[in-house]
Design a binder for this molecule. Sequence first.
Ligand code: ASP
Ligand code: MG
Length: 426
Amino acid sequence: MEKILALNALSWLDRNPQLMVIVQKYGGTSVGSFDRIRNVAQRVKALHDEGHSVAVVVSAMSGVTDKLIAMAHEMSPNPSERELDVLVSTGEQQSIALLAMALQESGVPALSITGRQAGVRTTGSHTRARIDSLDGAQTRDLLEQGNVLIVAGFQGVNANGHIQTLGRGGSDLSAIAIASSLHADVCQILTDVDGVYTADPRVVPDARKLPEISYDELLELASVGTKVMQSRSVEFAKKFGVKFEVRSSLNNNPGTIVTEEHPNMESVVIRGVSIERSQARVTITSIPDQPGMSAKILNALAAGEINIDMIVSNIASDGLARHSFTMHTSDLGRAQAALQPVVSELSPDARVETEAGIGKLSVVGIGMRSHSGVAAQMFQALGDEGINIGMISTSEIKISVTVPEAKIEDAARAVHASFNLDKAPM
Ligand code: ASP
Ligand code: MG
């Protein structure tokens, strides 16, 4: 990727500096019906009429990718991943052609192009490929000729010319990569949310839309349940310094700018609060306090393909160790099955205990790096609400706790209020 980008002259578009190169991405919901596609066409037409150069990356209409995957499973319980890519990539080819037609209908010179035509070269496994490089030469030529380009997201071709897809939600990655290769002035991810909020407004009614958030904060929030866009695309944007905006495809409100952290960014300790439901805990008690025990347990969980999240270990007063893990409740049964044989090997006294009905609450903010007392304030807010904290884990810019699932919404509101997240900082 670096190689190709370096070849691109910075201001390749020799024209009025007021005019911009704009990359927009519309997700499946935004192109989910013929009316929605016409709505997108009107928005794109407005930018084209102002004279900007516009490349639009689109996903498949909502539900189409799932339907295509289901079709594959009708043919084979275990379809070839190469053929799956050939099949699912057609979802985006439908939506690009339809959007191009809608634009042409309103007099806009629009052209749809596939990932291959857009120069998206992929590498790695089918169904979850990575972008290896992007040759934007043809895209630039077509834009310079005055076309609005409608690019199929989610797809590219590998070195052998085989179609590959970029993992679910991969159109976000396509858009960021194309914005990077075109040195776009503006990159917008248009979606069915208005931007990134301090908390889920359905849970915390006074949640506030953030004007800006750093890549790292958005990645941490995504890792704890705030789904805005594909995480790999945010990592890619960070790596290549692509600043972008998440905003609604249904109104013209300003959204949230996602960028590198900078000194003028609203200086707050906490940027946002996120919750995850349906968590469960597994605790193994009476483990001999000896080297190799934790590895045995984790190897068993890994072999059972159980995704564990928080890990807490300690030594009880009897000198024996206990390890606790959290996971999604749907993995609990498999985790018990995977652990049973290992636990009796550890010691005849070792036991597995489980608990479901757990929620996880996380606060995220780069301000934590330079402020102390964040955890204390969070725990105080929960204590004042009478909410009991189970496990705790932290990273440089995140603190997560488990609480009873029935209390997770109260917990989110209490912590949100304690950090004054409803108010823009002075
Ligand atoms: N259509 C693909 C999916 O549903 C890619 C995307 O929507 O970004 O995962
Ligand atoms: Mg999508």
